[in-house]
Design a protein around this ligand. Sequence first.
Ligand SMILES: [Fe+2]
Length: 421
Amino acid sequence: MDKVIGMKKYILGFILICSIITSYFLFVPKSVHTGYDTDVGQIMHVVTADMKHERTISWKTKKMGEPGYLEIRPKQSNNISRIDAEAVELPSPNGNQYALYTVHISHLTAGADYEYRISVGKRQSAWKNFRTESESTAFKAIVFGDSQAVDYAVWAKTAKAAWGNYGDAAFFINMGDLVDNGQDDSQWNAWVDGAASLLAAIPIAPVMGNHEAYSLDWKMAKPDYYLSLFALPENGPAGLKRHAYSFDYGDVHFSVLNTQQNELGEWYPDLLEQQKEWLEKDLAGSKKKWKVVLMHRGVWKNPFNGPLDGIGQTFVPVFDKYHVDLVFTAHVHSYARTKALKNGSPDPDGTIYITTGRSGEKVWDKSPRKPTDEFYYNPLDMPNYLLLEADSSSLKVAAFKQNGELFDQTEIKKTRLAPNF
Ligand SMILES: [Fe+2]
């Protein structure tokens, strides 16, 4: 009898365990998606040359060899398209193995809302949203100075603060030195995690900084990780694709340059000259009303001592010739806005240069105010970010501390047009 009761208990226990397991698979959501190590994560939208009709989305996992794909549908539609992802192994000097999946989406409708989700193996993300560029010329973009850090919590706080206040931004720019060591994948993971809410919704336009071109032992290194991570428009100079590129948004043409001649001269001795030739054609070929250049290093010697340095001597004549309206730079971790300048001297028809400060934890107090600065502030107390607002009549730049306090703003009205306009 005792034996029969024992058998019944065993059977009831077995049924109970089976029920618990069945309930788990029936009722626990299968779309839990944070982190790159155990699930589908590190989702990143990357700027494209045509933001009305194209979108590039990538994501990262630790496991190689699994097929990945993206599904996309117009918002609240059942018309789902599936696009297989291209997977590559990221070059990790740390000895880790990361697979980067990338999908280029084309033939999108301008000004439309879409939903997408990504899958790798049997793992799948939740549906997420994005909106393509509309036909309007008005848009906002967030601009971040150097985010490099040991602790990326500071960068995460700045990114979240900017996104919390300007969740209607169309894309964001990071001005280079995104990370402190460009070959350290743990820093890249922390950087992406810090901006995860932005990266899953709006594209990033990254600029390469000198810290993207250092090896783990702090020697000069080709920026392999940066170039692999960001599937940027391939419209840069031959041999320097993704180092430099350009894109349009609204009535603004953005040209992005690589200023790392000091770090990369061994591999690219003509880095600046090649880009100068390309920039001339790039600017000459654009009919957009506004021209904005993004470059990590500035055009003067640092610390400032007067004359243009090699980077300035190379590019400033091109900025002047094609009436570039605004140049954003970084590197010195301070914020400075110059008067309109031509050939480095004040001229009402010239270019305004804005050094963008810092979004990460690193401060630097050895960057003095320049004589041509109309406004200067070194964000030693807390990080900062910028908001660029553009439409067909003006370019506005506002600079905020991490806590949202406005500390500078300027508006550029078009007083002259480029010779090719
Ligand atoms: Fe830098």
